[in-house]
Design a binder for this molecule. Sequence first.
Ligand code: PLP
Length: 386
Amino acid sequence: MSLTELEMLEREYAVPTYVRNPVQFVRGSGARLWDADGNEYLDFLAGISVLNVGHCHPRVVEAVRDQVGRLSHVSNLYYTEPALKLSAALSRNSLGGKVFLCNSGAEANEAAIKLARRARPGGNVVVLEGAFHGRTYGALSATPQETKQAPFAPLVPGFVVVPKDPGVLSDAVDAGTAAVLLEPIQGETGIHPLSDDLLVAAREACDRTGAALIFDEIQTGMGRTGTLWAYEQTDVLPDAITSAKALGGGLPIGALVTGPGLADTLQPGDHGSTFAGGPVVAASALVALEICSDPELLARVRVAGDRLASGLATLPYVTAVRGRGLMLAIDVNPDVAAPELAKRALLEQRLVVNATGPATIRLEPPLIVSDDELDEAVVRLAELAP
Ligand code: PLP
């Protein structure tokens, strides 16, 4: 179908929640995408940090093909091998507790919020200004952004919003706090790493009060920052983490991973989901997790991130480069509108990036991106200088 035909179908039949760019992608491989006219693009967004292993990684494709041809679904009333192997791999590669699988990032955070409330009934959840935890009601209630929340009030009660200030955060946590929920690097709102002081204050406040410290690693996890999880680069060990996005290798999945202390808090009947941990997505995720936890790949992400950050810093319109590993953002000077720049990058330079706000562009290429591709992206961005 042509782009014009798709636009007509969307206008008539799709609930208009998305503002799409006028490109129809039909194929992907590694860090490259192709549109319906055969044009090749460099993908420096990776489906919003989903294709960490790259598009159509041969091992992911093989695992999915193999599994979908044998068994695609039976429900969680029965045992299946991929889901339990994935749970074991996730636990062994992180906090060593237990895993609840689900279908998306928002769902993983819903599970985390339920876990925290189950551990401390009626407790509040402390969240930070600038956070993004998803669009379902619990996750949205943990996302203190006026434009996203206001049209859907009343929200879920019991969320306390604090600024990114260690003292204020510490004061807000007390015996009535079930959890502190935070992203170690705030992603959707422009790639803002939280300070070590803030993370340490959160850990100490949770230790003092018995609240759970939960890291939302949905965007930062799966090797994106140069370690499998971003918490590994901090002085703090959370009590639970949430994962999604890149975990599925391109298919939809989410996970709540607990440490040993919270492993048996949720009990039979407390939570569940029909599709959660289905054999196909779990088989795909097992491969993705194996690839993303490879120490060689993780070391490469750190080197590649430094190379990209240095290149970005040379662009004449860039005022700041932020982030860690291949989770980067640039701030652009006021006479360049970031959304317009991202659109021109796509349409004129065939480089996929996205604007997280009026002055910020986010870059999150697949972790397997080559040096040539990193340098080429910077060249393409340089072409957009006013
Ligand atoms: N948490 C973080 C940190 C995210 O970046 C996102 C998505 O962008 C979510 C939660 C929500 O994930 P999903 O869109 O899969 O529900």
